[in-house]
Design a protein around this ligand. Structure first.
Ligand SMILES: *[C@@H]1O[C@H](CO)[C@@H](O)[C@H](O)[C@H]1NC(C)=O
Ligand SMILES: *[C@@H]1O[C@H](CO)[C@@H](O)[C@H](O)[C@H]1NC(C)=O
Ligand SMILES: *[C@@H]1O[C@H](CO)[C@@H](O)[C@H](O)[C@H]1NC(C)=O
Ligand SMILES: *[C@@H]1O[C@H](CO)[C@@H](O)[C@H](O)[C@H]1NC(C)=O
Length: 460
Protein backbone atom coordinates (compact mmCIF):
# COMPACT_ATOMS: atom_id res chain seq x y z
CA UNK A 1 0.00 0.00 0.00
CA UNK A 2 1.35 3.42 -0.88
CA UNK A 3 -0.58 4.89 1.97
CA UNK A 4 0.45 6.97 4.87
CA UNK A 5 -1.80 8.45 7.44
CA UNK A 6 -0.27 11.12 9.55
CA UNK A 7 -0.96 13.45 12.44
CA UNK A 8 -3.90 12.35 14.54
CA UNK A 9 -4.22 8.66 15.12
CA UNK A 10 -7.02 6.15 15.63
CA UNK A 11 -10.47 6.76 14.14
CA UNK A 12 -9.08 8.92 11.38
CA UNK A 13 -6.52 6.40 10.28
CA UNK A 14 -9.01 3.67 9.67
CA UNK A 15 -11.35 5.89 7.70
CA UNK A 16 -8.61 7.43 5.60
CA UNK A 17 -6.90 4.19 4.83
CA UNK A 18 -10.08 2.98 3.25
CA UNK A 19 -10.74 6.21 1.41
CA UNK A 20 -7.28 6.60 0.02
CA UNK A 21 -6.22 3.03 -0.43
CA UNK A 22 -5.10 1.54 -3.68
CA UNK A 23 -2.69 -1.22 -4.50
CA UNK A 24 0.55 0.04 -5.94
CA UNK A 25 0.93 -2.75 -8.44
CA UNK A 26 -2.26 -1.90 -10.27
CA UNK A 27 -1.87 1.81 -10.41
CA UNK A 28 -3.14 1.89 -13.98
CA UNK A 29 -6.65 0.68 -13.36
CA UNK A 30 -7.35 0.90 -9.68
CA UNK A 31 -9.23 3.92 -8.44
CA UNK A 32 -7.33 6.84 -7.07
CA UNK A 33 -9.00 9.22 -4.69
CA UNK A 34 -7.22 12.37 -3.66
CA UNK A 35 -8.08 15.72 -2.28
CA UNK A 36 -5.95 18.81 -2.71
CA UNK A 37 -6.17 22.42 -1.62
CA UNK A 38 -6.78 25.35 -3.90
CA UNK A 39 -5.80 28.87 -2.98
CA UNK A 40 -7.22 31.87 -4.75
CA UNK A 41 -4.91 34.42 -6.35
CA UNK A 42 -6.17 37.21 -4.11
CA UNK A 43 -6.34 35.13 -0.96
CA UNK A 44 -5.75 37.03 2.25
CA UNK A 45 -4.36 40.11 0.58
CA UNK A 46 -6.72 42.61 2.18
CA UNK A 47 -8.33 43.94 -0.99
CA UNK A 48 -11.59 45.88 -0.75
CA UNK A 49 -14.56 44.56 -2.70
CA UNK A 50 -14.06 47.22 -5.35
CA UNK A 51 -10.44 46.20 -5.74
CA UNK A 52 -11.37 42.53 -5.90
CA UNK A 53 -13.90 43.27 -8.58
CA UNK A 54 -11.53 45.28 -10.73
CA UNK A 55 -8.86 42.61 -10.36
CA UNK A 56 -11.32 39.88 -11.32
CA UNK A 57 -12.42 41.93 -14.31
CA UNK A 58 -8.84 42.45 -15.42
CA UNK A 59 -8.05 38.75 -15.10
CA UNK A 60 -11.14 37.77 -17.05
CA UNK A 61 -10.25 40.24 -19.79
CA UNK A 62 -6.71 38.95 -20.02
CA UNK A 63 -7.95 35.39 -20.16
CA UNK A 64 -10.38 36.23 -22.93
CA UNK A 65 -7.69 38.01 -24.90
CA UNK A 66 -5.43 35.00 -24.62
CA UNK A 67 -8.19 32.72 -25.87
CA UNK A 68 -8.12 34.75 -29.03
CA UNK A 69 -4.54 35.70 -29.55
CA UNK A 70 -3.26 34.32 -32.81
CA UNK A 71 -1.04 31.30 -32.61
CA UNK A 72 2.63 31.71 -33.27
CA UNK A 73 3.67 30.26 -36.57
CA UNK A 74 4.25 26.59 -36.07
CA UNK A 75 3.19 26.58 -32.46
CA UNK A 76 0.16 25.01 -30.94
CA UNK A 77 -1.29 27.24 -28.31
CA UNK A 78 -3.10 26.51 -25.14
CA UNK A 79 -5.35 29.16 -23.74
CA UNK A 80 -3.99 30.51 -20.52
CA UNK A 81 -4.23 34.12 -19.54
CA UNK A 82 -1.17 36.17 -18.85
CA UNK A 83 -1.43 39.79 -17.99
CA UNK A 84 -0.90 42.45 -15.43
CA UNK A 85 -2.95 44.98 -13.54
CA UNK A 86 -0.52 47.72 -12.90
CA UNK A 87 2.40 45.82 -11.49
CA UNK A 88 0.36 43.17 -9.78
CA UNK A 89 0.38 39.88 -11.53
CA UNK A 90 -3.00 38.48 -12.38
CA UNK A 91 -2.17 35.40 -14.36
CA UNK A 92 -3.84 32.73 -12.29
CA UNK A 93 -7.14 32.28 -10.52
CA UNK A 94 -6.47 29.18 -8.40
CA UNK A 95 -3.31 27.33 -7.45
CA UNK A 96 -3.36 23.62 -6.58
CA UNK A 97 -0.83 22.53 -3.97
CA UNK A 98 0.89 19.15 -3.83
CA UNK A 99 4.40 17.63 -3.90
CA UNK A 100 6.57 15.67 -6.30
CA UNK A 101 9.38 13.18 -5.68
CA UNK A 102 10.61 10.70 -3.07
CA UNK A 103 11.78 10.14 -0.41
CA UNK A 104 11.39 13.85 0.36
CA UNK A 105 8.38 15.22 -1.55
CA UNK A 106 9.12 18.66 -3.00
CA UNK A 107 6.49 21.33 -3.06
CA UNK A 108 4.81 22.61 -6.22
CA UNK A 109 2.04 25.20 -6.65
CA UNK A 110 0.40 24.94 -10.04
CA UNK A 111 -2.24 26.99 -11.74
CA UNK A 112 -5.35 24.83 -12.10
CA UNK A 113 -6.30 25.04 -15.76
CA UNK A 114 -9.27 23.18 -17.23
CA UNK A 115 -8.36 24.78 -20.59
CA UNK A 116 -5.06 22.94 -21.19
CA UNK A 117 -3.58 19.49 -20.67
CA UNK A 118 0.11 19.58 -19.82
CA UNK A 119 1.23 19.44 -16.18
CA UNK A 120 4.59 21.14 -15.70
CA UNK A 121 6.73 22.68 -13.02
CA UNK A 122 10.02 24.55 -13.19
CA UNK A 123 13.06 22.32 -12.92
CA UNK A 124 16.66 21.95 -14.14
CA UNK A 125 16.42 25.64 -14.94
CA UNK A 126 18.11 27.25 -17.88
CA UNK A 127 15.74 30.23 -17.76
CA UNK A 128 13.15 30.20 -15.00
CA UNK A 129 10.92 32.86 -13.50
CA UNK A 130 11.10 33.60 -9.78
CA UNK A 131 9.12 31.33 -7.53
CA UNK A 132 8.75 31.57 -3.75
CA UNK A 133 10.22 28.13 -2.91
CA UNK A 134 13.01 26.06 -4.48
CA UNK A 135 12.44 24.64 -7.96
CA UNK A 136 12.09 20.87 -8.26
CA UNK A 137 15.48 19.25 -7.77
CA UNK A 138 15.48 16.22 -10.06
CA UNK A 139 18.57 14.65 -8.54
CA UNK A 140 17.03 14.76 -5.07
CA UNK A 141 14.24 12.39 -6.11
CA UNK A 142 14.91 8.68 -6.25
CA UNK A 143 11.82 7.97 -8.30
CA UNK A 144 12.15 10.61 -11.01
CA UNK A 145 12.86 9.19 -14.45
CA UNK A 146 13.15 10.56 -17.95
CA UNK A 147 10.31 9.58 -20.23
CA UNK A 148 11.58 7.98 -23.40
CA UNK A 149 10.49 8.48 -26.97
CA UNK A 150 8.88 5.09 -27.02
CA UNK A 151 6.45 6.11 -24.29
CA UNK A 152 2.95 6.33 -25.74
CA UNK A 153 2.24 9.57 -23.91
CA UNK A 154 5.24 11.17 -25.60
CA UNK A 155 4.15 10.39 -29.11
CA UNK A 156 0.41 10.13 -28.76
CA UNK A 157 -0.22 12.22 -25.67
CA UNK A 158 -1.64 15.05 -27.70
CA UNK A 159 1.34 17.03 -26.55
CA UNK A 160 2.02 19.90 -28.90
CA UNK A 161 5.49 19.89 -30.36
CA UNK A 162 6.76 16.97 -28.41
CA UNK A 163 9.66 15.39 -30.16
CA UNK A 164 12.45 13.08 -29.37
CA UNK A 165 15.86 14.46 -28.70
CA UNK A 166 18.09 12.66 -31.15
CA UNK A 167 21.02 12.32 -28.82
CA UNK A 168 19.41 11.22 -25.59
CA UNK A 169 16.19 9.60 -26.69
CA UNK A 170 14.23 11.57 -24.11
CA UNK A 171 10.90 13.21 -24.74
CA UNK A 172 11.32 16.94 -25.08
CA UNK A 173 8.49 19.40 -25.42
CA UNK A 174 7.73 23.04 -26.18
CA UNK A 175 4.35 24.29 -25.10
CA UNK A 176 3.13 27.75 -26.03
CA UNK A 177 0.19 29.51 -24.42
CA UNK A 178 -2.18 31.93 -26.10
CA UNK A 179 -0.27 35.08 -25.20
CA UNK A 180 3.19 33.85 -26.16
CA UNK A 181 4.16 32.56 -22.73
CA UNK A 182 5.89 29.24 -23.07
CA UNK A 183 7.57 26.35 -21.30
CA UNK A 184 10.25 24.20 -22.89
CA UNK A 185 11.75 21.14 -21.27
CA UNK A 186 11.50 17.40 -21.11
CA UNK A 187 8.79 15.07 -20.01
CA UNK A 188 9.71 13.12 -16.89
CA UNK A 189 7.80 10.89 -14.52
CA UNK A 190 7.69 10.78 -10.74
CA UNK A 191 5.46 10.23 -7.72
CA UNK A 192 2.96 12.94 -6.81
CA UNK A 193 2.05 13.29 -3.16
CA UNK A 194 -1.23 14.88 -2.17
CA UNK A 195 -1.44 15.93 1.42
CA UNK A 196 -4.36 17.71 2.90
CA UNK A 197 -6.09 18.23 6.15
CA UNK A 198 -9.28 16.21 6.07
CA UNK A 199 -11.47 17.10 8.96
CA UNK A 200 -9.16 16.70 11.90
CA UNK A 201 -7.03 14.13 10.13
CA UNK A 202 -4.00 14.80 8.04
CA UNK A 203 -3.71 12.50 5.03
CA UNK A 204 -1.06 11.67 2.51
CA UNK A 205 -1.68 9.87 -0.75
CA UNK A 206 1.17 9.12 -3.15
CA UNK A 207 0.62 8.26 -6.81
CA UNK A 208 3.61 6.91 -8.74
CA UNK A 209 4.65 7.31 -12.40
CA UNK A 210 2.84 10.46 -13.36
CA UNK A 211 4.15 12.23 -16.46
CA UNK A 212 4.84 15.94 -16.34
CA UNK A 213 6.99 18.59 -17.90
CA UNK A 214 10.28 19.47 -16.26
CA UNK A 215 10.21 23.07 -17.47
CA UNK A 216 13.74 24.27 -18.08
CA UNK A 217 13.06 27.38 -20.12
CA UNK A 218 9.89 29.16 -19.03
CA UNK A 219 8.94 32.65 -19.93
CA UNK A 220 5.87 34.83 -19.76
CA UNK A 221 3.70 36.40 -17.17
CA UNK A 222 3.36 33.87 -14.44
CA UNK A 223 1.99 34.47 -10.96
CA UNK A 224 4.85 34.95 -8.54
CA UNK A 225 3.41 32.27 -6.25
CA UNK A 226 3.23 29.53 -8.85
CA UNK A 227 5.82 27.09 -10.10
CA UNK A 228 3.94 25.89 -13.19
CA UNK A 229 0.57 24.81 -14.52
CA UNK A 230 -1.62 21.77 -13.92
CA UNK A 231 -3.68 20.93 -16.99
CA UNK A 232 -7.11 19.57 -16.08
CA UNK A 233 -8.34 19.47 -19.69
CA UNK A 234 -9.71 16.54 -21.66
CA UNK A 235 -6.45 15.37 -23.25
CA UNK A 236 -4.43 12.28 -22.19
CA UNK A 237 -1.65 14.28 -20.47
CA UNK A 238 -3.92 16.11 -18.02
CA UNK A 239 -3.95 15.30 -14.32
CA UNK A 240 -7.45 13.76 -14.30
CA UNK A 241 -6.62 11.69 -17.40
CA UNK A 242 -3.36 10.37 -15.99
CA UNK A 243 -4.91 9.56 -12.64
CA UNK A 244 -7.55 7.72 -14.70
CA UNK A 245 -10.23 9.13 -12.49
CA UNK A 246 -13.83 8.86 -13.56
CA UNK A 247 -14.59 12.25 -12.13
CA UNK A 248 -13.10 15.29 -10.53
CA UNK A 249 -14.78 18.06 -8.66
CA UNK A 250 -14.24 21.31 -6.87
CA UNK A 251 -16.15 23.48 -4.48
CA UNK A 252 -15.03 27.10 -4.42
CA UNK A 253 -15.41 28.99 -1.15
CA UNK A 254 -16.72 32.55 -1.28
CA UNK A 255 -14.38 35.06 -2.83
CA UNK A 256 -14.94 37.72 -0.23
CA UNK A 257 -13.66 35.40 2.50
CA UNK A 258 -10.94 33.45 0.76
CA UNK A 259 -10.69 30.19 2.57
CA UNK A 260 -8.91 27.26 1.00
CA UNK A 261 -11.13 25.43 -1.48
CA UNK A 262 -11.04 21.66 -1.99
CA UNK A 263 -10.51 19.90 -5.31
CA UNK A 264 -11.23 16.17 -5.45
CA UNK A 265 -9.89 13.71 -7.98
CA UNK A 266 -11.65 10.37 -8.16
CA UNK A 267 -13.50 10.57 -4.88
CA UNK A 268 -16.87 8.91 -4.64
CA UNK A 269 -19.81 11.12 -5.41
CA UNK A 270 -20.91 12.44 -2.03
CA UNK A 271 -22.92 15.28 -3.49
CA UNK A 272 -26.07 14.17 -1.76
CA UNK A 273 -24.42 14.43 1.62
CA UNK A 274 -23.34 18.00 0.98
CA UNK A 275 -25.92 19.52 -1.34
CA UNK A 276 -27.92 22.35 0.19
CA UNK A 277 -30.21 22.52 -2.84
CA UNK A 278 -31.20 20.58 -5.95
CA UNK A 279 -28.63 18.34 -7.64
CA UNK A 280 -28.73 18.83 -11.40
CA UNK A 281 -26.75 17.64 -14.36
CA UNK A 282 -26.07 18.78 -17.90
CA UNK A 283 -24.08 17.04 -20.65
CA UNK A 284 -20.74 18.23 -21.94
CA UNK A 285 -21.08 18.71 -25.67
CA UNK A 286 -18.63 17.22 -28.15
CA UNK A 287 -16.13 19.73 -29.49
CA UNK A 288 -14.59 20.13 -32.88
CA UNK A 289 -11.11 19.03 -31.93
CA UNK A 290 -7.81 20.78 -32.58
CA UNK A 291 -6.07 22.94 -30.03
CA UNK A 292 -9.32 23.67 -28.24
CA UNK A 293 -10.17 20.05 -27.62
CA UNK A 294 -9.09 20.45 -23.99
CA UNK A 295 -12.22 22.46 -23.21
CA UNK A 296 -15.33 21.35 -21.37
CA UNK A 297 -18.19 22.73 -23.45
CA UNK A 298 -21.72 23.06 -22.10
CA UNK A 299 -24.97 23.38 -23.97
CA UNK A 300 -26.47 26.72 -22.93
CA UNK A 301 -29.97 27.26 -24.30
CA UNK A 302 -30.89 30.65 -22.92
CA UNK A 303 -30.75 33.09 -20.05
CA UNK A 304 -33.53 34.71 -18.05
CA UNK A 305 -33.31 37.84 -15.93
CA UNK A 306 -36.29 38.04 -13.58
CA UNK A 307 -39.25 37.58 -15.88
CA UNK A 308 -37.36 38.39 -19.05
CA UNK A 309 -36.16 35.59 -21.33
CA UNK A 310 -33.33 37.23 -23.22
CA UNK A 311 -34.20 37.21 -26.91
CA UNK A 312 -31.55 34.73 -28.01
CA UNK A 313 -31.91 31.14 -28.96
CA UNK A 314 -29.29 28.51 -28.33
CA UNK A 315 -27.41 29.25 -31.54
CA UNK A 316 -26.08 32.39 -29.80
CA UNK A 317 -24.22 30.14 -27.33
CA UNK A 318 -23.36 27.22 -29.57
CA UNK A 319 -19.99 25.99 -30.70
CA UNK A 320 -19.57 26.69 -34.41
CA UNK A 321 -18.11 24.26 -36.91
CA UNK A 322 -15.01 26.44 -37.26
CA UNK A 323 -14.33 26.12 -33.51
CA UNK A 324 -15.49 29.63 -32.62
CA UNK A 325 -18.14 30.38 -30.04
CA UNK A 326 -19.46 27.84 -27.61
CA UNK A 327 -20.00 27.91 -23.87
CA UNK A 328 -17.16 26.63 -21.71
CA UNK A 329 -16.50 25.94 -18.06
CA UNK A 330 -13.15 27.56 -17.39
CA UNK A 331 -11.15 27.50 -14.17
CA UNK A 332 -9.03 30.37 -15.46
CA UNK A 333 -11.88 32.89 -15.77
CA UNK A 334 -13.23 34.76 -12.75
CA UNK A 335 -16.32 36.42 -14.14
CA UNK A 336 -18.89 34.90 -16.47
CA UNK A 337 -18.65 36.30 -19.97
CA UNK A 338 -21.40 36.50 -22.59
CA UNK A 339 -21.25 37.39 -26.26
CA UNK A 340 -21.66 41.15 -26.64
CA UNK A 341 -25.24 41.18 -27.95
CA UNK A 342 -26.36 38.86 -25.17
CA UNK A 343 -24.51 40.93 -22.60
CA UNK A 344 -26.15 44.17 -23.77
CA UNK A 345 -29.55 42.60 -23.61
CA UNK A 346 -28.82 41.26 -20.11
CA UNK A 347 -27.73 44.75 -19.08
CA UNK A 348 -30.94 46.28 -20.38
CA UNK A 349 -33.01 43.67 -18.56
CA UNK A 350 -31.33 44.52 -15.24
CA UNK A 351 -31.57 48.27 -15.86
CA UNK A 352 -35.28 48.01 -16.53
CA UNK A 353 -35.92 45.85 -13.46
CA UNK A 354 -33.66 47.42 -10.83
CA UNK A 355 -34.96 50.78 -9.52
CA UNK A 356 -31.53 52.32 -8.92
CA UNK A 357 -29.39 54.84 -10.82
CA UNK A 358 -26.59 53.39 -12.93
CA UNK A 359 -23.18 54.23 -11.48
CA UNK A 360 -21.39 56.97 -13.39
CA UNK A 361 -18.44 54.82 -14.36
CA UNK A 362 -20.72 52.10 -15.63
CA UNK A 363 -22.81 53.83 -18.29
CA UNK A 364 -21.05 52.37 -21.32
CA UNK A 365 -23.14 49.63 -22.96
CA UNK A 366 -20.22 47.19 -22.77
CA UNK A 367 -19.06 47.88 -19.25
CA UNK A 368 -19.99 45.83 -16.23
CA UNK A 369 -23.27 47.06 -14.80
CA UNK A 370 -23.08 48.79 -11.43
CA UNK A 371 -25.75 50.76 -9.60
CA UNK A 372 -25.40 53.47 -6.99
CA UNK A 373 -27.08 52.99 -3.65
CA UNK A 374 -27.58 56.17 -1.62
CA UNK A 375 -26.30 56.08 1.97
CA UNK A 376 -28.71 54.40 4.40
CA UNK A 377 -31.05 53.48 1.55
CA UNK A 378 -32.41 49.97 1.49
CA UNK A 379 -31.06 47.88 -1.38
CA UNK A 380 -33.98 46.72 -3.56
CA UNK A 381 -34.41 43.14 -4.68
CA UNK A 382 -32.34 42.19 -7.71
CA UNK A 383 -34.06 39.98 -10.32
CA UNK A 384 -33.04 36.35 -10.59
CA UNK A 385 -30.43 35.24 -13.07
CA UNK A 386 -31.03 31.76 -14.47
CA UNK A 387 -28.84 29.90 -16.95
CA UNK A 388 -30.91 27.42 -18.92
CA UNK A 389 -28.65 24.51 -19.71
CA UNK A 390 -29.52 21.28 -21.46
CA UNK A 391 -31.46 19.39 -18.80
CA UNK A 392 -30.81 21.87 -15.99
CA UNK A 393 -31.81 25.34 -14.89
CA UNK A 394 -28.98 26.95 -12.98
CA UNK A 395 -30.74 29.46 -10.75
CA UNK A 396 -27.84 31.47 -9.39
CA UNK A 397 -27.96 32.55 -5.76
CA UNK A 398 -27.76 36.34 -5.48
CA UNK A 399 -24.20 36.29 -4.14
CA UNK A 400 -23.08 34.45 -7.27
CA UNK A 401 -23.86 37.36 -9.60
CA UNK A 402 -24.30 40.44 -7.39
CA UNK A 403 -21.48 42.05 -5.45
CA UNK A 404 -22.52 44.63 -2.86
CA UNK A 405 -19.98 47.41 -2.54
CA UNK A 406 -21.52 49.14 0.42
CA UNK A 407 -19.24 47.94 3.17
CA UNK A 408 -15.93 49.28 1.94
CA UNK A 409 -16.00 52.38 4.10
CA UNK A 410 -13.51 53.95 1.71
CA UNK A 411 -15.52 57.06 0.92
CA UNK A 412 -16.55 55.89 -2.55
CA UNK A 413 -20.15 55.33 -1.48
CA UNK A 414 -22.36 52.28 -1.77
CA UNK A 415 -23.46 50.33 -4.74
CA UNK A 416 -23.90 46.97 -6.27
CA UNK A 417 -22.59 45.38 -9.43
CA UNK A 418 -23.92 42.61 -11.64
CA UNK A 419 -20.81 40.49 -11.97
CA UNK A 420 -21.01 39.55 -15.66
CA UNK A 421 -18.79 40.70 -18.50
CA UNK A 422 -19.08 41.31 -22.23
CA UNK A 423 -17.02 39.13 -24.55
CA UNK A 424 -16.35 42.20 -26.69
CA UNK A 425 -15.43 41.19 -30.22
CA UNK A 426 -15.48 37.49 -29.56
CA UNK A 427 -18.42 35.14 -29.36
CA UNK A 428 -17.50 33.03 -26.37
CA UNK A 429 -19.71 32.37 -23.42
CA UNK A 430 -17.61 31.38 -20.41
CA UNK A 431 -18.96 30.32 -17.03
CA UNK A 432 -16.55 31.87 -14.54
CA UNK A 433 -15.57 31.13 -10.97
CA UNK A 434 -17.55 33.94 -9.34
CA UNK A 435 -20.71 32.20 -10.52
CA UNK A 436 -19.47 28.92 -9.03
CA UNK A 437 -18.97 30.04 -5.44
CA UNK A 438 -20.43 27.58 -2.98
CA UNK A 439 -21.38 25.25 -5.82
CA UNK A 440 -20.14 21.69 -5.75
CA UNK A 441 -19.21 21.11 -9.39
CA UNK A 442 -18.52 17.56 -10.53
CA UNK A 443 -16.89 16.85 -13.89
CA UNK A 444 -18.28 13.37 -14.50
CA UNK A 445 -15.91 12.15 -17.19
CA UNK A 446 -17.40 8.68 -17.57
CA UNK A 447 -20.87 9.95 -18.31
CA UNK A 448 -19.56 13.09 -20.01
CA UNK A 449 -21.65 15.44 -17.98
CA UNK A 450 -21.41 18.10 -15.32
CA UNK A 451 -23.26 17.50 -12.08
CA UNK A 452 -23.73 20.42 -9.73
CA UNK A 453 -25.46 21.48 -6.56
CA UNK A 454 -25.21 24.34 -4.09
CA UNK A 455 -23.09 23.41 -1.05
CA UNK A 456 -21.20 24.94 1.84
CA UNK A 457 -17.72 24.56 0.41
CA UNK A 458 -15.98 25.50 3.65
CA UNK A 459 -17.64 22.50 5.30
CA UNK A 460 -16.34 19.88 2.89
C1 LIG B 1 19.74 18.65 -5.39
O1 LIG B 1 19.78 17.44 -4.71
C2 LIG B 1 21.06 16.86 -4.65
C3 LIG B 1 20.94 15.46 -4.05
O2 LIG B 1 20.21 15.52 -2.86
C4 LIG B 1 21.98 17.78 -3.85
O3 LIG B 1 23.28 17.24 -3.82
C5 LIG B 1 22.01 19.14 -4.52
O4 LIG B 1 22.77 20.05 -3.75
C6 LIG B 1 20.61 19.68 -4.70
N1 LIG B 1 20.65 20.89 -5.50
C7 LIG B 1 20.14 22.02 -5.08
C8 LIG B 1 20.23 23.17 -6.02
O5 LIG B 1 19.58 22.13 -4.01
C1 LIG C 1 1.63 34.86 -2.60
O1 LIG C 1 1.19 34.27 -1.40
C2 LIG C 1 1.35 35.08 -0.25
C3 LIG C 1 0.91 34.28 0.95
O2 LIG C 1 -0.36 33.72 0.77
C4 LIG C 1 0.54 36.35 -0.41
O3 LIG C 1 0.73 37.19 0.69
C5 LIG C 1 1.01 37.05 -1.68
O4 LIG C 1 0.25 38.19 -1.89
C6 LIG C 1 0.87 36.13 -2.86
N1 LIG C 1 1.34 36.78 -4.07
C7 LIG C 1 0.67 36.74 -5.21
C8 LIG C 1 1.29 37.47 -6.33
O5 LIG C 1 -0.38 36.14 -5.36
C1 LIG D 1 -32.13 30.37 -33.89
O1 LIG D 1 -31.41 31.40 -34.55
C2 LIG D 1 -30.91 31.03 -35.80
C3 LIG D 1 -30.03 32.17 -36.28
O2 LIG D 1 -30.60 33.40 -35.97
C4 LIG D 1 -32.07 30.74 -36.74
O3 LIG D 1 -31.57 30.37 -37.99
C5 LIG D 1 -32.88 29.61 -36.15
O4 LIG D 1 -34.01 29.38 -36.93
C6 LIG D 1 -33.32 29.95 -34.73
N1 LIG D 1 -33.93 28.78 -34.13
C7 LIG D 1 -35.02 28.86 -33.39
C8 LIG D 1 -35.50 27.57 -32.82
O5 LIG D 1 -35.60 29.90 -33.16
C1 LIG E 1 -22.80 61.30 -11.68
O1 LIG E 1 -22.82 62.27 -12.70
C2 LIG E 1 -23.83 63.25 -12.54
C3 LIG E 1 -23.85 64.12 -13.80
O2 LIG E 1 -22.55 64.37 -14.23
C4 LIG E 1 -23.53 64.04 -11.28
O3 LIG E 1 -24.51 65.01 -11.07
C5 LIG E 1 -23.53 63.08 -10.09
O4 LIG E 1 -23.15 63.77 -8.91
C6 LIG E 1 -22.54 61.95 -10.32
N1 LIG E 1 -22.73 60.98 -9.28
C7 LIG E 1 -21.70 60.47 -8.58
C8 LIG E 1 -22.06 59.46 -7.53
O5 LIG E 1 -20.55 60.76 -8.79
Amino acid sequence: MKILSVSQLSPCVLFLTILFAWPVAESATSPVAVRADLTHADSGRGFTRRELLSRMAARSKARLASLHSPARPGAVTAPVARGTVGREDISSEYLIHFSIGTPRPQRVALELDTGSDLIWTQCACVHCFDQPFPVLNTSASRTLRDVLCSDPLCTRGGLPLSRCAVKDNFCSYAYYYGDGSFTVGKIVEDTFTFKTPHGKCGTVAAVPNLHFGCGMDNKGTFNSNESGIAGFGRGPMSLPSQLKVHRFSHCLTTMVEFRTSPVFLGTPDDLEAHATGPIQSTPFVPNTGGALSSFYYLSLKGVTIGKTWLPFNESAFALNDDGSGGTIMDSGTSITIFPRAVFRSLREAFVSQVPLPIANDSTDADSMLCFDVAPKKKVPAVPKLVLHLEGADWDLPRENYVLDLDDDGDGTGGGLCVVVHSAGESDWAIIGNFQQQNMYIVYDLDSNKMVFAPARCDKL
